[in-house]
Design a protein around this ligand. Structure first.
Ligand code: HEC
Length: 468
């Protein structure tokens, strides 16, 4: 049988799988960046405590460490597997591509992660129980292992945007995939922002400290690290946007910065003012202020960052060869992969997709609507919600609620068929499939009860079958 290796499409109404992934991802990023950043804050603080013979600083490490264990490690390790589940059903072929490149990188990351988790328990438990110098070595090992997990995952995430040159497509080598064009810039952004997030959490913990001298010395120590991290992250972001492909530049300027630019600037200014204030007047740092600023900066800073990073990859989900709708866009000789767009143009998704129900493989008047819905779900719903008014760039609104099927079909046979939009896949389908999608989208835009119509048409089709 002639097939393309597609899986069933998982679609979440209104928000799509993209936002499911985004929401889990943001929580995970906040938790994991806190953990990695805090590891370095501990190492810096403990070094200072050791050099200046100021053992009271260790009490703060203990307190912050307990907070980390209860929040970051639990939330981080719940959301980590959550991301795996979500991406496996949202983008099975994207995940497949990553596994074929990076399975040993993930194995290595798991080793570092094990060291990190054992490290954090050992570090807190052994504080004051073993000699200071040995403990300091333990803390630095914990910090480096934590950063190792970040470094390894960044290689994978930045490959998702693109390898940055032709080599990888020819060689398929993990090395070419991992050390891609934007690896260092991306690592820099995350390293800077982990220090900011860990500092914000550190200030929450410090704000509860009753002993004012200790509180002041800790805050005065942390605030400049957060400021430096923030400045470094911004510099690295400016470098990062010089390492991205043309489709991402277009997406960034036409669709993302107009929405998120002011939020990002506001977050940067708020964080700078807050950390400067805390540095200058640590005694006025109250817990509600610290919690409020943490929530504000982590939500309004991390959501745009993750949203931009994910959306900028459009139309691809991995390595500029797997489209978000799971279709392979080009040949990758290094991995024995061949592009599928032309084949689908010739034979159609209905014939080639292995999970199309048999009764929908041939379009009739009685199933056109249902086929149209299914094809729109397969071809478009990874990036677009199908319901009018829905938050994930819904198609009805993008079509200005056009009710004329011919007009919609003209868009599909024009821009989409020729891949004229840099942020959308080339979706080239046989005429009958395009008509079905257009028919369905027009029915949605006309405000028809599509669900009920589909049920009625199925009933009619069954009746006809029985009559025959
Ligand atoms: C890989 C992701 C992706 C897929 C798949 C995709 N689109 Fe899009 N589409 C986008 C993006 C990104 C935009 C830019 C608009 C935005 O963010 O507002 C867009 C814009 C549009 C627009 C607005 C006009 C334009 O050209 O900018 C229409 C209409 C549209 N898409 C229809 C569709 C239909 C119908 C399908 C399926 C047959 C589809 N799209 C599949 C990502 C996608």
């Amino acid at each position: 049988m002639d097939v393309v290796g597609m899986y069933p499409t998982w679609y979440v109404p209104n928000i799509g799988t993209a936002w499911v992934m985004g929401i889990i991802g943001v929580i995970h990023v906040v938790a994991s960046h806190t953990a990695v950043g805090a590891a370095f804050l501990f190492a810096f603080l403990e070094t200072k405590a050791y050099q200046e013979n100021a053992p009271q600083l260790l009490n703060f490490i203990k307190k912050y460490g307990m907070f980390l264990l209860v929040f970051s490690y639990i939330i981080g390790s719940i959301t980590g597997p959550g991301i795996w589940y979500a991406i496996s059903v949202a983008s099975p072929r994207g995940v497949g591509g990553l596994i074929h490149n990076f399975v040993w990188i993930w194995a290595a990351e798991w080793v570092f992660f094990t060291v990190e988790v054992i490290g954090v328990y050992a570090l807190i438990y052994l504080l004051g129980k073993i000699d200071a110098k040995t403990h300091l070595k333990l803390t630095w090992s914990f910090a480096l292992a934590s950063w190792g997990t970040m470094l390894l995952i960044v290689g994978i995430l930045s490959f998702m945007l693109w390898p940055g040159n032709e080599n990888w497509y020819q060689t398929g080598s993990t090395n070419d995939a991992f050390f891609n064009l934007n690896f260092f810039a991306h690592l820099g952004i995350r390293t800077g922002s982990m220090l900011v997030i860990a500092t914000l959490v550190g200030l929450m913990v410090a704000s509860t400290e009753k002993e004012l001298a200790l509180k002041a010395s800790v805050v005065k120590f942390l605030a400049p690290i957060g400021l430096g991290g923030g400045f470094f992250a911004v510099m690295m972001f400016l470098y990062y946007i010089r390492t991205i492909p043309d489709n991402s530049v277009e997406m960034l300027h036409a669709h993302l910065l107009p929405v998120y630019e002011y939020a990002m600037i506001a977050v940067f200014i708020a964080a700078t003012l807050y950390l400067s204030f805390a540095w200058w007047q640590p005694k006025y740092l109250s817990t509600p202020l610290a919690i409020g600023m943490f929530l504000f900066i982590s939500i309004f800073g991390v959501w745009p960052e993750e949203r931009i990073r994910e959306s900028m990859r459009k139309p691809y989900v991995v390595g500029q060869y797997v489209y978000s709708n799971q279709i392979i866009s080009r040949d990758v000789p290094g991995k024995n992969i061949t592009g599928e767009v032309d084949k689908i143009a010739k034979k159609g998704l209905l014939a080639l997709h292995p999970f199309i129900p048999q009764r929908l493989r041939v379009i009739t008047d009685n199933n056109r609507l249902e086929v149209g819905k299914l094809l729109a779900t397969i071809a478009c719903s990874n990036c677009h919600a199908l319901e009018p008014g829905a938050p994930l760039r819904n198609i009805p609104d993008k079509l200005h609620r056009a009710t004329d099927a011919d007009m919609i079909a003209a868009f599909l046979t024009g821009a989409l068929r020729h891949g004229a939009q840099p942020y959308m896949p080339r979706i080239d389908l046989p005429e009958a499939e395009i008509q079905a999608i257009a028919h369905y989208l027009a029915a949605v835009n006309q405000g028809q009860n599509v669900k009920r119509l589909i049920v009625e048409q199925r009933a009619a089709a069954i009746k006809m079958q029985v009559a025959n």
